[in-house]
Design a protein. Structure first.
Length: 155
């Protein structure tokens, strides 16, 4: 069995200042899965002020998936990491940075490195297709989160 990584990126604009967007994005709640447009539940274990473990149980059409993640927060940089601990995607890591975007807005710059374990590594063309699919799938979740942020922070 060999391990290989699929790297991908995307950005998501928010209509709020960077500090507000960061605070909202890192205020983990048990209903975050629903806000992302998925079916499931989340457990949150706070280790300390800047470290937590998330256990997400997602209910798909054909199967249930459990994703356990170590999250590290770096509020001074408006940055956080998410490292997969569970067997599905183990050692995958995701980087999030909120940056100012325009006069009153901000954006999330996301970089993902999804680790796969298989008998052989796919071709570069297949890896590029996988990267596009992952970016599309993850960015859809963040589009839903941006709408939820708009609703919450506009009050």
């Amino acid at each position: 069995m060999i391990a290989y990584s699929v790297h991908y990126k995307f950005s998501q604009h928010f209509n709020f200042p960077a500090q507000d967007a960061y605070r909202w994005c890192t205020d983990y709640q048990t209903d975050d899965i629903v806000l992302m447009g998925s079916k499931g539940k989340r457990q949150i274990q706070r280790i300390n002020d800047d470290t937590l473990v998330l256990t997400d149980t997602l209910f798909g059409k054909e199967r249930k998936t459990v994703k356990k993640r170590l999250v590290r927060l770096y509020p001074e940089c408006l940055f956080w990491t998410n490292t997969r601990l569970s067997a599905d995607g183990r050692h995958s890591q995701f980087l999030y940075q909120i940056v100012p975007d325009g006069e009153k807005g901000s954006r999330l710059d996301f970089t993902g490195s999804q680790v796969y374990y298989n008998s052989k590594k796919p071709t570069p063309v297949r890896i590029a297709l996988m990267a596009n699919e992952l970016a599309k799938e993850d960015s859809l979740g963040w589009k839903s989160l941006a709408k939820a942020m708009e609703k919450d922070l506009s009050r």
